[in-house]
Design a protein around this ligand. Structure first.
Ligand SMILES: *Cc1c(COP(=O)(O)O)cnc(C)c1O
Length: 428
C-alpha cells in the first residue's frame, strides 16, 4: 500500500452502537484513585524537557520539597519523593527502617495495611496481623493490649492506613498513637496516607507519626507515578542501621546536602513535578483546612444519599460505625442488587465509572471515590446517575438520595454565604 492509498482509505472505526446510550459527554471517573486531575495540572505537564542539573527544574523541585512538610503537618519530618506508585513508597519506608528478621505489627482494617505487610514478608520481615473487627476501624484498645504483651519489644514497627480504600474506614491515628504510648512501646509508627492526604486532617508531628507514606494520584490530584515518604527523627535514626537499606531507596543518599540529582537517585520525574507544583499551588490557594472542609461536606452528601437509598436486604453503607466512615471514599454494599450490573449500566449507558469492590465484598458492593478535585456538580452528578441506574434497574431503594444530598449540600452552601464574607462581588 502506498502512502496515497493510506490517506484515501477510510479511517477504521467501530460501528455505531445499535442502541443509543446517554454516555457521550465528558466521561466521569468516580473511583477512589486515580482521581480527577484538574485541567490546570494536566496543562502544566505539557512542558519541554529542561536541564535537569540546574535552573528552573531544580528550583521547582526544591520549592516542592520545602512545601511538602506542611502538607503532612510536620516540621521535623524529612520529605522524600519516589518515582513510583504507592507500593514503591511502602517499600521505601520498610527498607530504610528495618532489617531482615525484624518483626512488624500490621493493623488490619480492610485491604491495604495487609498488602503493606505482605510486601514486608517478601523482604524477610516477620509480620503479625492484628485482625480487624468486620466493617470497623482499628480498635486502639486491642493495639495497646497486644503491645503490652510484647515485653521484649520484638515488634519494631506498627503499620496502619489512615483511610482504607477497600473498606472505606478512617482510622483514628491519634488514638492509635496514644495506645502505643500507653503501652510504653518503642515501635516506629508508620501510617499509609495514600488515600487520605489532601482529603482529611492528618497531623504527623502532633500525632507522633514516625513515617508517613502518600501517593500522588488521590487527594493530591496528580497522575499516578509519584509517591512520598516523610521520615521523622526516629525513622531517620533507624535508617543508620537498617539492614534492608538498598542503593536505590536509601534515605541517607537522597537527603545528602547539595546534590539535587541524588534526591531522585537519577533523573527527576520532570512532568510529574510540574504537575505537583501546580497541584500544591491549588491546595495553597484554597487553604488545606478548606480542602478538608470541602471533602467533609461532599462526603456528608454522599452518605446522606446512600442512607436514603438503603433498604433491608438492599443498599447499605459498609462501615457500620458512623464516626469511622471516611471522607474520601464510600464503600456501598448492594445486598440483593447486582453490583456488577449497576456499574455496567452507569459506565456503558451513562458515562460514569464507579469503583469495584475488593474481597470480601466482590460482586456485592461498589465504591464512590470522593477525593481530590471535586465539587457539588461532580458529586451530585455522580449520585444522580447512580440513582437513575438504580431506578432503571428496578432496584429497591428507600427514596431519593439525590434530594437528601442536595439538602446536605445546601446546609454547607448556606454557611459559606454569610453576607459580606463570601458573597460574590458583582459590580457591572
Ligand atoms: C491506592 C492505595 C494504595 C496503593 O497505591 P498504588 O499507587 O496503587 O501503589 C495503598 N494504600 C492505600 C490506602 C491506597 O488507597
Amino acid at each position: 500500500m502506498t502512502l496515497a492509498d493510506t490517506r484515501l482509505s477510510a479511517r477504521p472505526r467501530a460501528a455505531a452502537t445499535a442502541t443509543p446510550a446517554l454516555k457521550h459527554g465528558r466521561h466521569f471517573l468516580s473511583i477512589p484513585g486515580p482521581s480527577v486531575i484538574p485541567d490546570r495540572v494536566l496543562a502544566a505537564m505539557a512542558c519541554a524537557m529542561p536541564n535537569i542539573y540546574e535552573g528552573e527544574l531544580v528550583e521547582r523541585s526544591e520549592s516542592i520539597l520545602a512545601e511538602l512538610p506542611s502538607i503532612a503537618r510536620t516540621t521535623t519530618g524529612v520529605p522524600f519523593i519516589t518515582v513510583s506508585n504507592g507500593h514503591g513508597a511502602w517499600e521505601m519506608a520498610l527498607t530504610n527502617t528495618l532489617s531482615r528478621g525484624d518483626k512488624v505489627l500490621v493493623l488490619e482494617s480492610g485491604r491495604f495495611a495487609v498488602g503493606w505487610g505482605e510486601m514486608a514478608r517478601v523482604m524477610g520481615i516477620e509480620v503479625e496481623v492484628l485482625n480487624a473487627r468486620p466493617r470497623r476501624a482499628v480498635d486502639p484498645a486491642a493495639v495497646e493490649t497486644r503491645l503490652r504483651e510484647d515485653r521484649q519489644h520484638e515488634i519494631k514497627a506498627v503499620l496502619v492506613v489512615q483511610i482504607d480504600t477497600a473498606s472505606s474506614v478512617c482510622n483514628d491515628i491519634a488514638a492509635i498513637r496514644a495506645a502505643i504510648t500507653n503501652a510504653g512501646h518503642p515501635a516506629l509508627f508508620m501510617v499509609d496516607c495514600i488515600a487520605s492526604l489532601g482529603c482529611v486532617p492528618f497531623e504527623m508531628d502532633a500525632w507522633g507519626v514516625d513515617v508517613t507514606v502518600a501517593g500522588s494520584q488521590k487527594g493530591l490530584m496528580v497522575p499516578p507515578g509519584l509517591a512520598f515518604c516523610w521520615a521523622g527523627p526516629r525513622a531517620m535514626e533507624a535508617c543508620q542501621t537498617a539492614g534492608l537499606r538498598t542503593g536505590y531507596w536509601d534515605w541517607r543518599a537522597r537527603s545528602a546536602e547539595g546534590q539535587h540529582y541524588l534526591r531522585y537517585c537519577g533523573t527527576p520525574p520532570v512532568s510529574h513535578l510540574a504537575a505537583l507544583r501546580e497541584a500544591l499551588d491549588m491546595i495553597a490557594e484554597e487553604g488545606l483546612e478548606n480542602v478538608w472542609a470541602r471533602h467533609a461536606a461532599l462526603a456528608r452528601a454522599v452518605r446522606a444519599a446512600v442512607a436514603v437509598w438503603s433498604t433491608p436486604g438492599g443498599i447499605e453503607i459498609n462501615v457500620t460505625e458512623p464516626s469511622e466512615r471516611s471522607d474520601a471514599v464510600t464503600t456501598v454494599l448492594t445486598g440483593s442488587i447486582d453490583a456488577a450490573r449497576l456499574r455496567a449500566v452507569c459506565e456503558q449507558r451513562a458515562g460514569l465509572t464507579l469503583g469495584i469492590a475488593f474481597a470480601p465484598n466482590e460482586g456485592r458492593a461498589f465504591r464512590i471515590g470522593h477525593m481530590g478535585h471535586l465539587n457539588p456538580p461532580m458529586i451530585l452528578g455522580t449520585l444522580g446517575t447512580i440513582e437513575a441506574a438504580l431506578i432503571g434497574m428496578g432496584a429497591p431503594i428507600g427514596g431519593s438520595g439525590v434530594a437528601a444530598a442536595a439538602t446536605s449540600i445546601a446546609a454547607d452552601l448556606g454557611a459559606a454565604l454569610v453576607p459580606g464574607t463570601d458573597a460574590p462581588s458583582f459590580n457591572p
